[in-house]
Design a protein around this ligand. Sequence first.
Ligand SMILES: [Zn+2]
Length: 160
Amino acid sequence: MANRRHSARRVKRLRSYNVREAAKVTGATAGTIRHLLKNGLEPVAGCFPAIVRGIDLIDFLNRRSASRKRPCGPGRMFCLRCKEPKRPAFDEVEFWQDGTKLGSLRGLCPTCTGVMHRRTSVSRIKAAAGNLRISIKSEEPRQDCSVSGRHLFRNKAEPC
Ligand SMILES: [Zn+2]
């Protein structure tokens, strides 16, 4: 998926940019910049074609990405397909631990039935999962996999 958070990092506060320059410095397309100009990005008054001040562009992009963040809160997970936090179907999540402290919660999106993940630590499961039912799972031992894989490979390499 393309990165749609256009970056304000390379924009210089004291410079002014025309549409093409603004597009280049933020990684957006010229069409996107024109769209932003119609949706709240302030151009320099009285200039045509439009020019925008660096500082206005920075403020606008930063405000926009801040308002787009949607913290999940307890008992909710972010569905990448629906692009919003959801309460998992059946009020149920699985916790798959990897390592001693970390793991991820997995639940089903009630809307698109996609699998949702949420990273958390063992000590914060309760805070992340809220009042969802948690079933603890553990990863299959990886060693078995690689051993049988190698075994298979060796068999194949040998002449029959
Ligand atoms: Zn979904």
